[in-house]
Design a protein. Structure first.
Length: 543
């Protein structure tokens, strides 16, 4: 039996969240931590250079922009013997000794703005905080990744410059091809299976700092198809077939892969994460003949893409039913699929705050389809019956001026327009209720709702409509779910009830999975041992 464990931490290769997860795993088996070794640390001083494992590959050093400053991870004082930092002959301060787990303190963010440790994104995924060596300059070598089977990830890929998924091959093995990229994708990418990311357009909430960390590449349909075919990826994730506005991009990629696989005499694995809950055949049809012909082509391409998929994870039961009805699951013998309900894990930052009674939060796009106008209409009744209730509006959108007008007329309405992520998390920690009364508009329907996911991750009571794909789960767990057709009649009373008697935050957190469902889905889609065996569960609901 071993006397203890020595934890090796790569400078600017291991993030706070990853180290926290590793220490929790060790604590779970009552492992004794003998000490820490800080690896991949550069020599200090102007003439310093990097040390690293031998490699026959030349690479350029990647320095961070001069305007960004990074600080080392705060760790408890040393109480035992540890290794010196290679290249300096000195023992780094602040590394714990035997039996002491690191305590992740508050580290300053850019420009010295304090942050409460790691500020996780939606789904509880950490941001761009990392552990740095002396001087804050990264050295070559491996990085630890979260998930069930962490593996070293060295160097960088030819497309994104991010660490590669396998050593020695000069490229990543996998790629994600999206039409639209948003901050939630970037935050999640830091914890998902390492892969290149190709996208065409970005959302309004695009975080440029995360872009510098994740390094996705913007490319059109044809260029994306060429890059995927040229690089010979083993697994390619594409948008789901029900996303009808994405099918031409996905079809171009799949067509290029068919030719590439024919030349390489292999078959690339195609995977998708599906949460669509709108039948593409029922979408409003264009009136002009040319767009109408394009819509018919899109429906044909959607079915072809579905037949080409090898692995699919359904994020909601509504999505599984839709695909079974529209595309057909029973006849797909080669398809491997499973359903993993789109639920978050508890956000780590929840430990840093307490709920404020009566605090109601609207988060996200201030638009009619998200029901913000209905919230404003219901607020007069809510404030009348709940003297302590306060409405906080966080986001931006077409109805932002209406939000400001409501705040000027009522001191119990607060508006925070387009704040940074740490402010969003602070408001989620304080809120007792998150409200999102979405309703259908034209071709749009709420699939899950990122504000709902973030509210659950922070122990909030959710008030929403039955348009979300997880409406049944919310009902079963005591949250407020209103029929979309009855929002005008019921919203005020349901918000009032939730504000007066919200669910216990601990009970909300206890109802969530221990691992974020999107991470679990990604591990299932990209699990090579399952793909190789070809025997994955075809119908097993995991929730």
């Amino acid at each position: 039996m071993a006397d203890g464990v020595v934890v090796v931490v790569g400078a600017r290769r291991v993030r706070r969240q990853q180290l926290t997860q590793a220490m929790r795993s060790l604590a779970g088996v009552e492992a004794r931590v003998l000490g820490f070794i800080l690896a991949f640390a550069p020599r200090s001083g102007p003439g310093g250079s990097y040390y690293g494992y031998s490699t026959n590959r030349r690479r350029k050093l990647r320095f961070l922009p001069s305007q960004r400053h990074h600080d080392t991870l705060d760790l408890p004082p040393i109480t035992g013997t540890i290794s010196a930092v290679p290249g300096t002959g000195k023992v780094p301060s602040g590394i714990p000794g035997p039996g002491i787990a690191p305590v992740l303190g508050k580290a300053p963010g850019p420009s010295g703005v304090p942050r409460g440790g790691v500020v996780p994104g939606p789904d509880g995924i950490p941001g761009a905080d990392t552990i740095h060596g002396p001087g804050g300059i990264p050295g070559p070598g491996a990085r630890l990744t979260p998930g069930p089977s962490p593996r070293p990830i060295p160097l960088s890929s030819p497309i994104s410059g991010r660490p590669m998924s396998e050593p020695g091959d000069g490229r990543t093995r996998d790629v994600r091809v999206y039409k639209t990229l948003r901050t939630a994708h970037l935050e999640r990418a830091l914890a998902l299976t390492p892969a290149d990311i190709l996208y065409q357009e970005s959302r309004y909430d695009f975080d440029e700092e995360l872009v510098a960390e994740v390094r996705p590449q913007q490319a059109g349909d044809l260029r994306s198809a060429w890059l995927v075919a040229r690089n010979g990826y083993e697994i390619v994730e594409i948008n789901e077939p029900a996303a009808i506005d994405c099918v031409r991009r996905s079809a171009a990629v799949l067509a290029a892969l068919l030719l590439s696989d024919l030349v390489r005499r292999r078959r690339t694995r195609i995977v998708a994460y599906a949460i669509g809950n709108v039948d593409p055949r029922t979408l409003p049809r264009p009136t002009a003949w040319w767009p109408r012909l394009g819509r018919r082509l899109d429906l044909i391409l959607a079915r072809w893409i579905w037949l080409r998929l090898d692995r699919v994870v359904f994020g909601t039961e509504a999505a599984r039913q839709l695909y079974g009805t529209v595309f057909g699951i029973a006849g797909r013998r080669s398809l491997r699929w499973t359903t993993i309900e789109a639920l978050p894990a508890v956000c780590d930052c929840l430990l840093d705050g307490e709920k404020t009674p009566g605090r109601v939060l609207f988060l996200g796009d201030l638009s009619a389809r998200k029901g913000f106008d209905s919230v404003l209409a219901a607020w007069a009744t809510v404030r009348h019956h709940s003297p302590d209730a306060v409405l906080t509006v966080v986001g931006r959108g077409a109805l932002l001026d209406d939000a400001y007008a409501a705040a000027r007329a009522d001191s119990r309405v607060r508006v925070i327009a387009d704040p940074p992520r740490d402010v969003v998390h602070a408001e989620l920690r304080r809120a007792s209720v998150v409200v999102l009364p979405s309703r259908r508009q034209a071709a749009w329907r709420e699939q899950v709702g990122l504000p709902i996911v973030e509210g659950l991750a922070h122990g909030c009571t959710v008030v929403t409509t039955d348009e979300t794909g997880i409406a049944d789960w919310l009902r079963r767990n005591g949250h407020g779910v209103i029929p979309a057709v009855s929002v005008g009649d019921l919203l005020a009373s349901v918000i009032t009830e939730a504000a007066a008697r919200p669910l216990d935050a601990r009970a909300v957190c206890a109802s969530l999975p221990r691992q974020d469902s999107r991470l679990e889905a990604d591990s299932w889609m990209f699990a090579r041992e399952v793909i190789a065996a070809g025997s994955a569960d075809k119908s097993g609901d995991r929730r």
